[in-house]
Write a protein that binds this ligand. Structure first.
Ligand SMILES: Nc1ncnc2c1ncn2[C@@H]1O[C@H](COP(=O)(O)OP(=O)(O)OP(=O)(O)O)[C@@H](O)[C@H]1O
Length: 122
């Protein structure tokens, strides 16, 4: 939470066995950030994970090309000056799931999708 408040946070990986409280912790963080009227996004790489976590796929939310893994320099289609671009620049937390799924499927993890968008919006 300190990293969110100070805008010093980067990528934090949370890896623990099933049922040990990862979702519980992420929900606490989301609740605290939103309670302070800040913006927090829940992103996932697959549709099923997005449904389970009540979020959206990174491709849809960040308007990324479908085959980011095949593009050397994928670009997010959101313009910096648009309302959505301004909103994303105010983002305090973007939470995602399924890192292991990415390793198995050889697709890019949602964190890379988010970094693509962050670079585009700079
Ligand atoms: N600190 C806590 N205090 C009270 N209950 C907790 C706490 N941490 C986890 N729980 C409870 O334990 C159960 C499992 O937690 P959770 O679903 O967050 O685990 P998980 O690591 O995300 O599991 P999975 O990897 O299977 O998705 C839930 O019912 C949750 O409410």
């Amino acid at each position: 939470m300190d990293r969110c408040s100070n805008n010093t946070g980067r990528i934090i990986h949370l890896d623990a066995p099933g049922g040990t409280g990862k979702t519980f912790l992420i929900n606490l963080l989301l609740t605290e950030i939103r309670a302070k009227q800040h913006i927090a996004l829940v992103l996932a790489s697959s549709g099923i994970a997005a449904i389970l976590k009540e979020g959206r796929t990174a491709n849809a939310a960040l308007q990324l090309p479908l085959k980011t893994a095949e593009e050397q320099f994928p670009v997010c289609k959101i313009s910096r000056a648009s309302a959505q671009g301004e909103l994303l620049n105010k983002l305090k937390l973007s939470s995602g799931t399924n890192a292991r799924w990415h390793i198995k499927s050889h697709s890019k993890p949602w964190t890379e999708h988010y970094m693509t968008c962050e670079e585009t919006l700079k």
